[in-house]
Design a protein around this ligand. Structure first.
Ligand code: FEO
Length: 398
């Protein structure tokens, strides 16, 4: 079997990895690639769980054909309609016209929006609590609205104790030959990507993720079969703990991250001086990012990781330096909560960004904005040392 990988008895991975796509959803850079996971169930009845992105269609359809080995495809279960998994639904239904497509009522509404021909598919509508049996496997459907779209279902299999978790527990990153998370040094290879994926894709929906985690707690889950990234069969608790923190907006670490905007390097010097002072006072690592040179999705990932966020930027057109404004807007859109912010500004004639950034940050829930701020005029000077030291001190003590 070509690209097919065995997950467990009767369940096979038939997806593909894409290392050519520059940006996921045409927004998020994915230099590490991404995998589109689809699963084949080989039982008295055959079934596939979701399809894949059109970019891997040749490999996907070949994998499916290999798995079927001439058998009939009975069910195509759709847990999530986003086209990264759903773009091949119509192709599969066309190749296997007797297949019954399984999904929620909302799934079929969205399906017909993308594929009007879906009106003619054989359909089986399911909702939370319903089951689908293929013989040895019985799949129990669990609703997971807004993790990541409103129609999302998950499916729990009694036989394998696997949770087909849709986008949940997934990550950016192609699969480098290994299917299982325990085949990698996951923390080194995938954790940053996994956090960036979570924060940017479902970060806004912490409450809905919490609701699903509560439902999952009532099931004896031995495997997570996500639609992206490796399959989990060991140490599920480690990932669940991350999800618990991420979905309750609890910082993963006490670390500080410094994000600056700088036209000519002067605010950058101030940001580095602040980071150096915090390092000196705490002996801990501090990450520094240029807001203009870092895709905002990475900064959002860092916001989910760190407890303290230091923002420094110049005043621009009597407003906030635009790339910093975009970062602040993204934090608001994703509902960032429960963080400590420290603010600094640079202005050659009328600095106002601390005031303006404060107003933006005050719209977030449960955030602390440190009273002590830093103002430099054009460039950092020796006579700024005292205020810089007080600023760093306030951050350390916050
Ligand atoms: Fe992987 Fe929400 O699609």
């Amino acid at each position: 079997m070509n690209g097919v990988k065995k997950v467990t008895d009767g369940i096979f991975w038939i997806g593909g990895s894409d290392r050519r796509l520059e940006r996921f959803e045409n927004i998020f850079p994915i230099p590490e690639g991404v995998s589109y996971n689809s699963y084949f169930v080989d039982d008295e009845k055959t079934a596939i769980f979701d399809t894949a992105d059109i970019s891997v269609s040749d490999q996907y359809l070949e994998n499916l054909k290999d798995c079927l080995s001439g058998k009939k495809l009975d069910y195509l279960v759709i847990l999530h309609m986003e086209p990264d998994h759903a773009s091949l639904i119509s192709v599969v239904a066309g190749l296997y016209p007797d297949v019954t497509v399984v999904g929620s009522a909302k799934t079929f509404t969205i399906m017909e929006q993308f594929f009007p021909e879906a009106a003619g598919f054989n359909k089986l509508e399911v909702k939370e609590g319903d089951t689908l049996s293929t013989g040895k496997h019985t799949f129990h459907f669990v609703a997971a609205p807004m993790v990541h779209w409103p129609e999302v279902l998950m499916a729990y299999d009694d036989a394998s104790k696997a949770l087909f978790s849709a986008d949940a527990f997934g990550t950016f990153g192609a699969l480098d030959g290994g299917l299982f998370a325990d085949e990698y040094d996951y923390e080194k290879r995938f954790l940053d990507s996994s956090r960036r994926y979570y924060a940017n894709i479902v970060g806004k929906y912490g409450m809905q993720v919490q609701a699903v985690l509560k439902k999952a707690a009532g099931l004896d889950i031995q495997m997570f079969l996500s639609l992206h990234g490796p399959v989990w069969r060991k140490d599920l608790g480690w990932l669940l703990e991350k999800y618990q923190k991420w979905s309750t907006y609890e910082p993963e670490t006490d670390d500080t991250v410094v994000v600056y905007g700088s036209l000519y390097g002067h605010t950058a010097s101030a940001a580095e001086a602040v980071a150096a002072s915090i390092r000196e006072k705490t002996g801990k690592d501090v990450k520094v990012y240029d807001v203009s040179g870092t895709d905002v999705s990475y900064l959002i990932g860092e916001v989910w990781r760190c407890k303290k966020i230091v923002l420094l930027c110049p005043t621009y057109n009597n407003g906030i330096y635009p790339p910093m404004e975009s970062f602040l807007s993204d934090m608001a859109a994703l509902g960032v909560q429960n963080r400590i912010f420290a603010l600094g500004q640079n202005g050659t004639w009328a600095p106002v960004t601390v005031k303006l950034m404060t107003e933006k940050l005050q719209t977030l829930k449960n955030v602390t904005i440190i009273e002590e701020s830093l103002t430099i005029k054009s460039a950092l000077h020796k006579n700024d040392n005292e205020s810089l030291d007080k600023f760093a001190d306030a951050i350390v003590k916050a």
